[in-house]
Design a protein around this ligand. Structure first.
Ligand code: HAM
Length: 426
């Protein structure tokens, strides 16, 4: 029989690795709560139109990377390639704009799907953590969002990072800039890749983000978006930067940063690994999207900003910096039993301890004492309870502290109290 393999670009997360994921997800939830963000869960698939309109028809994501299918009623659906469009759809559909708390501060953790070329840190199914702040606009919000992203990495001990930040201005400023880019690239567009040729009229800013032609001389001499910003946009951006200074965020203004999704206006940023030896540097990306709510049919004037990072790349950054997460994979107690009566009793005792919130494992097969103790070791148990038929007759068990190998006899009726005192009531 031929073995069926995992789909390309996906991964199984095995128990040892999934402990890391759980730890990271718990930390992300904690930090989100400290910053007063509430969790939102939206569907993994949405109408294809949502992404075509929201993310943008001319983006790589919509043009090349979506998992789109027709359901049995012939509706075109797409596995979400990112979280923002779905959150904004939900914001509109559930009328969150009418809530008394404004802006709404939301976060999400969940799988996203992009048909991308597989390489390190790039998967076809990956898990994004993201936040969206929707409803109001203020440079303080932008600074909070950027500093939240930055401090997430710091809180895991990843210090070698830098924020690249830019302002993409308002749509009018962008239009003028796009016209200038067309003028700049058009005379020599034949020297560029097919994608760039396509982008020239559809989305000229995306040429600046091309990996193939990144070193073409016209890239460094291209007009800078910051030179096209009006006074208001410049003042807004400077205010954001001032707050970032106050928050001690290590940032650099990168006037070539354009981002790969169409909805951005004003502040746009990425967090990069600050190490020339690391090839894949981008850990996180985000920005402001002042027109998206309206574009998706919501009320006018509802402005938003957010970012997303993938847990896969966060793990990669941890690996690069050799950071071990403080994961406790020990169990509280392993119950060893010798003899039939003791074996039967161990099942009851294990269950009782588990229902009182201790992590407990026992032996299922009446193995030899030595084999059971070995298993206790493998489970990394803090304590071992040893029950023999003789001890049972005397209503006792032996408890061994695995950290120092001392042991004492404990009356069966006191076992629970004993562990509550030793390990702490849970
Ligand atoms: P994005 O830049 O497309 O933005 O993705 C954000 C992050 O998701 C990337 O920086 C990277 O960490 C991760 N990521 C993207 N693609 C992959 C992949 N194939 N494998 C592993 N990780 C990946 C967005 O998705 C926007 N929705 C962010 C946002 C939220 N903007 C405003 N609000």
């Amino acid at each position: 029989m031929v073995i069926i393999n995992i789909p390309r670009g996906t991964q199984d997360i095995m128990p040892e690795e999934s402990r890391k994921w759980q730890y990271i997800e718990d930390e992300l939830r904690n930090i989100s709560q400290n910053f007063c963000y509430s969790e939102i869960r939206t569907p993994i698939f949405e109408s294809t139109d949502l992404f075509a309109r929201g993310v943008g028809d001319t983006t790589d994501i919509v043009q090349k990377e979506m998992y789109t299918f027709f359901d049995k009623s012939n509706r075109s659906l797409t596995l979400r390639p990112e979280g923002t469009a779905g959150v904004v759809r939900s914001y509109i559909e559930n009328k969150l704009f009418a809530e008394s708390i404004k802006p709404q501060k939301l976060f999400y953790i969940g799988p996203m799907f992009r048909y991308e070329r597989k390489q390190k840190g790039r998967y076809r199914q990956f898990v994004q953590y993201g936040v969206e702040v929707i409803g109001e606009e203020s440079p303080r919000i932008d600074a909070e969002v950027v500093s939240l992203a930055y401090n997430i990495y710091k809180s895991f001990g990843i210090n070698n990072i830098k924020v690249n930040i830019n302002s993409l201005g308002n749509p009018n400023e962008r239009q003028e800039y796009n016209d200038a880019l067309v003028k700049h690239f058009q005379p020599r567009i034949n020297e560029f890749c097919d994608d760039c040729k396509n982008r020239l009229h559809k989305n000229p800013m995306r040429i600046l983000d091309c990996k193939v032609d990144a070193h073409h001389e016209l890239m460094s001499t291209a007009p800078k978006l910051l030179d096209f910003l009006g006074e208001e946009s410049k003042a807004y951006f400077n205010e954001v930067l001032k707050h970032l200074d106050n928050l001690n965020v290590n940032y650099e203004v990168d006037s070539n940063l354009v981002r790969g999704l169409d909805y951005y206006t004003h502040t746009a940023f990425e967090i990069m690994i600050d190490n020339p030896e690391v090839e894949l540097k981008t850990l996180c990306g985000g920005g402001r999207y002042n027109g998206l709510v309206e574009l998706l049919g919501g009320p006018t004037g509802e402005k938003g900003i957010g970012f997303a990072l993938s847990i896969e790349r966060l793990l990669l950054a941890l690996e690069n910096e050799n950071i071990k997460l403080p994961i406790d994979d020990s169990i509280d107690i392993f119950v060893v039993s010798m003899g039939d009566r003791a074996g039967e009793f161990s099942v009851k005792l294990t269950n009782n301890l588990r229902l009182n919130n201790f992590k407990v494992q026992n032996d299922y097969f009446d193995k030899k004492m030595k084999a059971q103790l070995k298993l206790a070791d493998r489970y990394n148990s803090k304590y071992t309870i040893i029950i023999g038929d003789t001890e049972l007759t005397e209503n006792n068990v032996i408890v061994k502290d695995m950290s120092n190998f001392t042991q004492e006899t404990v009356n069966i009726d006191n076992v629970l109290k004993y562990f509550e005192e030793k390990i702490g009531g849970k």
